[in-house]
Design a binder for this molecule. Sequence first.
Ligand SMILES: [Zn+2]
Length: 363
Amino acid sequence: MGKKLAIATLVLTICLGFGSADAQKKQSYKHTVVLDAGHGGHDTGAIGKKGKEKDVVLSIALKVGDYLTKNSPDTRVIFTRDADFFVPLDERAAIANKNNADLFVSVHANSNKNTKPFGTETFAMGLHKSQGNLEVAQKENSVIVMEQDYNTKYEGFDPSSAESYIIFSLMQNVYLDKSLKLASMVQDEFREKAKRADRGVKQAGFLVLWHTKMPSILIETGFISNEEEEKYLMSDSGQDYLASAIYRAIRDYLASLDAEEQEVKKITIPDAESKPENTLCYRLQVATTSAPVANPIEKFPGKPDIFEYKDGNKYKYMIGRFATLDDASAYKKTISAEYPDAFIVPFNNGKKISMSEAKKLEK
Ligand SMILES: [Zn+2]
C-alpha cells in the first residue's frame, strides 16, 4: 500500500513537473508566428521544368522557422505543415487563429504561361487592383477544388469566377495596414538584401488569408516558370537568401510592435496618479484618438495634468480635475480659445459616469 502510494506520488510529481515546465515555456514566448508553406501532398502547386512549388516553399518556410528559433528565442514558431502533406486552406487559417498568432505568413512561388516574368511580390488580403493580381489569387485559390465539400466550406466561392472576388470589396480588413506594413518590409528585404527583382506590395483575395484574425501576408518568392528564377528557387543558397530576408522582416516587424508597446507604457500622468480617485470629479475632454498618443505631455503643451482614459477602443485625453461642476465650467472658459470643443466629463472612482449620475452623487 505504502509502496503503491509512493509510486502514484512519483507519477503525479513527474506529470505535474512536465506540465508546469511546459506551461512556463509557453509563457516565456512573447510572440507567435505561423509559417504556412503553400500546397503539399497531392497539391503540387506550380510546376517548373525541374521543381515543384510545394517543395521549394516548404524548404524556404523551414529555413525561416530555423532562423526565428535560433535568433529570436522569444518567438514561438508554428508550421501549418513541416513535411510533404496536404492541408486545406481553411485549416491553415484555423491553426493561426487557434494559437492566437501575431502573424500569419504564407509562402508561395509564382508561375506564368509566359516564361519571361520573374521577381518577388507580397500580397495582403484585399480587392485586386489589376487583372494580373486577380490571376495570381485565382491560381492560388484554385487548389480548394481538391478539398471535399469546398462549396460549403468556402461559402460557394468559385475561385475561377471573377464575380466571386467582389465579396472582398465588401470585406473590412482591420489588419490591412499592419499586413501592408509587414508586406513592404518583406519586399524591402528581398530588394535590398537578397537583390531580387521587386514586383511590389499588392492586394488580392486569397482564401488562405480570408479568415485569419491577425496581420497576414502571402509571399510569392519568385517565378518557378522562369528558368533562371527556378534555378535560384531550387538552390540551397537562393532559399537561404529568401528565408533570411523573410526572417529579418518578421523580426523587425515584431520589434516595432514591442517599441509601440513600450511607448504606451512610458506615458506618465503625474497629476492623476498623485490624486486619490475615489471621489466624484470633473475633467475637460479635449481630444479623442483611436491610437494612444505617444507622448501626451508634449502633444498638449502646458497641460502637465493631461489624463489618458481608455474608453472602449478609443483613447480620450482630458485636462484639469475639479471637485465641482462650477469649477470645471469656470476652467472651461479659460481654455476656450485653445480648446473650443472641450467638454466636461464627470468621473467617479476613476470611471467615467454620466452627468445625471454625477448630479445624483453631488446631492
Ligand atoms: Zn502557391
